[in-house]
Write a protein that binds this ligand. Structure first.
Ligand code: SF4
Ligand code: SF4
Length: 137
């Protein structure tokens, strides 16, 4: 899986407001369209890790150990390109997906991986995941 970006929020999902930076009508329209994508009714990009696609770079392990989250280092599996990746459930979803409040929210949002932080909501990958998972028809 390629990079992802999500801005932090109290509810654990994307709250970026890209239209603040839009300089023309086309960008504004695209930004508004992306903002209509609700991660909390989706979670598609977190359900694609069955074969080690949601990569975890070494810097994440260093960061987690520094904050006492060694448990996160233990919930990994071999990933693509010889790297590590988030472990997954039998259905291919990341083991950290789902909270009491929402099956689409991340339980470790504040400490989530770099790949998750950099994934871009509204990107072609995001839209492809949404389509493949049936979120968008
Ligand atoms: S696929 Fe896109 S809309 Fe769905 S949770 Fe991921 S970033 Fe959010
Ligand atoms: S750590 Fe959180 S944001 Fe990243 S793939 Fe797993 S559930 Fe999704």
């Amino acid at each position: 899986m390629l990079p992802r970006t999500r801005a932090s929020s109290s509810d654990g999902r994307a709250t970026a407001r890209p239209w603040r930076h839009a300089r023309d009508g086309a960008m504004f329209a695209a930004a508004m369209e992306n903002d209509e994508l609700d991660c909390l009714t989706c979670g598609a990009c977190c359900r694609t890790g069955h074969d080690g696609r949601i990569l975890v770079p070494a810097q994440d392990l260093v960061r987690w150990r520094a904050i006492g989250r060694d448990d996160l280092c233990a919930q990994l599996q071999p990933g693509h390109f010889g790297e590590l990746a988030f472990a997954t459930r039998d259905d291919g979803a990341c083991v950290h997906l789902g909270t009491d409040a929402s099956p689409h929210a991340c339980r470790i949002y504040e400490d989530r991986g770099t790949t998750c932080r950099e994934f871009e909501r509204g990107s072609w990958q995001c839209r492809e995941f949404r389509r493949d998972l049936g979120v968008d028809r």
